[in-house]
Design a protein around this ligand. Structure first.
Ligand code: PLP
Length: 399
């Protein structure tokens, strides 16, 4: 009989969103007349921009004509999109070669798939709280994980501890779920730590388009030396509403080397290329055309408008927290607001309390790691009217 991968026995039950859905459904059965407002969603709600739609339509038409039809494309992505991404990075003062850019179906798969390149006995450093995919994919591979604690004391931006060694370091900035965003000086410390430890940083910048503060970096390559130690994952999911359309990209600089036990060197870029050409057959042509439109001048204006729409909701939520004296972070360079559960409650008790009293749904922080036990995540992805109403109801908890 085929033996299964026993590391799967070590995965924690992923019950966060199913448990949220279950509790909301019980509430709705109990109070069919009461309205529920969902500020727990990590999915976008605005439709694709008109420039993107136009590009999609014309790509679909190309597929219907023998002389413009496309079959298998390059696994790494079409040149037109890789070059558009290269130009985008230039706007941050970062020079990349097009063959350092790999187009993908999103950051979730790539942040998980990258684990293929590394030996099982690497020590992996993962912040807590964070997007759960990093922990689960490394657990599936049986790697040892050391956690770095995000707490209110460090504004949920843990810094390297020189007494602890790691080979692989995950950084998510702006962070999901806390919305906290590293400064350039802080990323410089992480890059220095990685270079001292011959470690690789896996930098998830899925929310970079929400960074509005001019001093904060959108990419880790704003830091000198990152091109020798950092892989960056990005996504058009939240930037341009591609959660259902699916397109992201991963930057693997040619300057990053990895070594085997007997000292043989391999280029991570070449390894990733080999991995992708073996296990992945590329993103659909029509989706890549839509993605390229996101990077056009009009596409970028549309993206800015979408982000501004969500960030107005974030402002409404942040302002409410400020006025109520609730400790929070995020909400400025991120669509997430992460706050301390009021009244000394833990996050699941607060979830039930808020739902029962107000009909507002959020995400309990416990779902993102143990440091989230007493925290709660709200998102800016609903519409303005619902966000305002949710905050009006939220205030009643304090009356
Ligand atoms: N990285 C982070 C930090 C996320 O929060 C998410 C989605 O919520 C993803 C990656 C997944 O992105 P994608 O839709 O590109 O797979």
């Amino acid at each position: 009989m085929a033996k299964f991968n026993e590391n799967f026995l070590n995965l924690k039950e992923s019950y966060l969103f199913s448990e949220v859905a279950k509790r909301v459904s019980v509430f709705q059965q109990k109070y069919p007349e009461r309205s529920v407002i969902r500020l727990g969603i990590g999915d976008v709600t605005l439709p694709l921009g008109s420039t993107v739609i136009k590009s999609l339509h014309s790509a679909v038409d190309e597929m219907g004509s023998a002389d413009t039809f496309r079959g298998y494309g390059p696994e790494q992505g079409y040149d037109f999109l890789r070059n558009a991404i290269k130009e985008y990075y230039k706007s941050f003062g970062v020079e990349l070669d097009a063959d350092e850019i790999f187009v993908s179906d999103g950051a979730k798969s790539d942040t998980g798939n990258i684990t293929d390149l590394f030996s099982k006995d690497n020590i992996v450093m993962i912040p807590d709280p964070v997007y759960p995919v990093y922990v689960d994919t490394n657990t599936m591979n049986g790697r040892k994980i050391v956690y770095i604690n995000g707490t209110a004391e460090n504004d949920f931006l843990p810094m390297p501890d020189r007494s602890v060694h790691a080979d692989i370091i995950y950084i998510c900035s702006p962070n999901n779920p806390t919305g906290a965003c590293y400064s350039k000086a802080q990323l410089e410390e992480w890059v220095a730590y990685a270079l001292e430890n011959d470690a690789v940083i896996l930098f998830d910048s899925a929310y970079e388009s929400f960074v509005s503060d001019d001093d904060l970096p959108h990419t880790i390559y704003s830091v000198k030396g990152a091109e020798k130690c950092a892989v960056e994952f990005c996504s058009l999911s939240k930037t341009a509403g591609f959660t259902g359309t699916r397109c992201g990209y991963t930057i693997v600089p040619k300057g990053i080397k990895s070594v085997s036990y007997d000292g043989k060197e391999m280029s991570l870029n070449k390894m990733w290329n080999r991995r992708q050409t073996t296990k992945f057959n590329g993103v659909p042509y029509i989706v890549q055309r839509a993605a390229a439109a996101v990077f056009s001048e009009e596409g970028r204006l549309e993206t800015k408008r979408m982000t501004a729409h969500y960030m107005e909701n974030a402002r409404i939520i942040s302002e409410t927290m400020e006025q109520l004296g609730v400790w929070f972070c995020g909400g400025i360079n991120s669509p997430y607001i992460w706050f301390e559960c009021p009244f000394g409650m833990n996050s699941w008790d607060f979830f039930d309390f808020m739902l029962e009293k107000t009909g507002v749904v959020g995400t309990p922080g416990a779902g993102f790691g143990k440091n989230g036990d007493n925290y709660f995540r709200l998102t800016a992805f609903n519409n303005k009217e619902n966000t305002e109403e949710a905050m009006r109801r939220f205030r009643t908890l304090f009356e």
